[in-house]
Ligand binder design. Structure first.
Ligand code: HIS
Length: 368
C-alpha cells in the first residue's frame, strides 16, 4: 500500500476548487448573516452519547466512532452538524432568547458513502433556526437558502418538498397499519413500489401518484386527504411554496424518506441544474434537551463539494504576471485594483507556469 493515496471516500481539494469552495461558503454564510444567522464552529468530534439522541428519531449508525485514549470514552466524528447545533442551542445557548439563529460550515464524515456520492468527507454549510418550526420559520429558512444560493451564483435551483412524518400521521389516523409493517411500508413508498405498497396497505397507493410538479401534486394530495388528517401540513406547504413561486422550480414528493431520518412535518431537498443528486437538504426537527424537554427547530444544510464539482461555485482565475524587476509598488497598486498579481521570483519564470491570463508590461496590463 502506498501512503500517497487516500482511503476510499476521501480526497484532497486542490486549486482552483478549494478557493471556489471557500468563496461559495463565504457567499452563503454572508447571505445567512444578513438574516441574523451568526456562526458557531462546533467541535470536530464529541462524546458519542452527546450526539446520539440529541435529535428526536435520529440514529447514529452514520458516524465514525473511536475510543479516545485520553478520556477513555467513545467519541463520534460528526456525520452531520445539525445535531451539534442542537446540542449547543440546548446547553450553552439554552438561556438565549428564542428563536436562535445559527450558521455553520465545516467538514463532516460519513461512515458509509451513498450510491450517488462516493465521498465520505463532505463540507456542510448550513443554518438552523431553533425554537420554532412554524410556517413563518419555514418560509424564512427556504428564503435564506434561495438567497444564499443566488448570492453564491448557483443558478437553476429547484426545491423538492416532502412530508417526512406522513406515514406516521396516516397510520395513527385514517389508515392504520400494523406497527411492525410501518418501516416496510415507508421503504416501499420511498421506492415507489406500487406492488409492495399494495401488499401492505393499498390505501396508501395514491401517495405514489401524488409526486411531481408542486401544484398538481399538491392538488392530488389534497384530494387524497379525505379525512383531513393532512390539512394543516398541506396548507402549510402551500403557504411556504407561495413565497418561492416563480423564483425556483418546485416539486412535491410526499413519500420521499431517503435522507430525512429525523425531520418531522417538513422536509426538502435542494437541486441545481447540472448537478447529479441533491446539493442540500433541510426541514423541521425536534431537539431533545438534557431534561428530556423537546424543542422545535428548522434548518438546512448545503453540500459544497457537489456544487463546486459541478462548476457552479464561482471560479475566478484572472491572474496578472508581474515580471522580474517590476517596482513592488506597482504590483501592490494592481492588487489594490483587485488583480491577483503573481510576482516572478527568478529569471526563467513565465506567465504560463504561473497560470496567468495577463502580463504587466511596463505599467500596462496585456491579456495573453
Ligand atoms: N443536516 C441535514 C439537513 C437539515 C438541516 N437542518 C435540518 N435538516 C442533512 O444534511 O441532511
Amino acid at each position: 500500500m502506498t501512503h500517497a493515496l487516500l482511503p476510499e471516500g476521501f480526497r484532497d481539494r486542490l486549486p482552483p476548487f478549494a478557493d471556489a469552495a471557500a468563496r461559495l461558503e463565504q457567499a452563503i454564510l454572508g447571505a445567512a448573516y444578513a438574516h441574523g444567522y451568526e456562526r458557531v464552529d462546533p467541535a470536530l468530534a464529541e462524546f458519542e452519547a452527546g450526539l446520539a439522541g440529541r435529535l428526536k428519531s435520529a440514529r447514529t449508525q452514520d458516524a465514525v466512532r473511536f475510543v479516545d485514549p485520553v478520556s477513555q470514552a467513545t467519541l463520534a466524528i460528526r456525520p452531520d452538524m445539525t445535531a451539534q447545533i442542537g446540542r449547543i442551542a440546548a446547553t450553552r445557548m439554552g438561556h438565549h432568547p428564542r428563536p436562535v439563529r445559527l450558521a455553520y460550515a465545516g467538514p463532516v464524515l460519513k461512515l458509509r458513502a451513498s450510491q450517488l456520492r462516493p465521498e465520505r468527507e463532505l463540507r456542510q454549510i448550513g443554518c438552523e433556526l431553533i425554537g420554532l418550526d412554524t410556517i413563518a420559520a419555514a418560509r424564512e429558512i427556504v428564503e435564506v437558502v434561495v438567497e444564499a444560493l443566488a448570492a453564491a451564483g448557483v443558478a437553476g435551483v429547484s426545491i423538492d418538498f416532502t412530508l417526512p412524518d406522513l406515514v406516521d400521521i396516516l397510520a395513527a389516523g385514517p389508515f392504520p397499519v400494523d406497527a411492525d409493517q410501518i418501516d416496510a411500508l415507508r421503504d416501499r413508498l420511498d421506492a415507489k413500489d406500487a406492488g409492495g405498497v399494495a401488499a401492505i396497505a393499498p390505501a396508501y397507493l395514491p401517495l405514489i401518484e401524488a409526486a411531481g410538479l408542486f401544484e398538481p401534486a399538491h392538488e392530488r394530495l389534497c384530494a387524497f386527504d379525505a379525512g383531513g388528517a393532512l390539512t394543516s401540513r398541506l396548507d402549510g406547504l402551500w403557504n411556504i411554496a407561495e413565497g418561492l413561486k416563480g423564483r425556483v422550480a418546485l416539486t412535491l414528493d410526499p413519500t420521499e424518506r431517503h435522507g430525512f431520518e429525523y425531520q418531522s412535518w417538513l422536509g426538502f431537498s435542494i437541486f441545481a441544474d447540472g448537478v447529479l443528486g441533491e446539493i442540500g437538504r433541510g426541514g423541521s426537527y425536534t431537539i431533545v434537551h438534557e431534561d428530556g424537554a423537546e424543542e422545535a427547530a428548522i434548518g438546512f444544510s448545503l453540500y459544497a463539494d457537489a456544487i463546486v464539482a459541478a462548476g457552479l461555485g464561482p471560479i475566478d482565475r484572472r491572474r496578472l504576471f508581474v515580471p522580474l524587476g517590476t517596482d513592488p509598488a506597482l504590483s501592490a497598486a494592481m492588487r489594490g485594483q483587485g488583480w491577483v498579481a503573481v510576482t516572478a521570483l527568478e529569471a526563467g519564470d513565465t506567465p504560463e507556469a504561473q497560470l496567468c491570463t495577463h502580463i504587466l508590461v511596463g505599467s500596462e496590463v496585456r491579456p495573453l
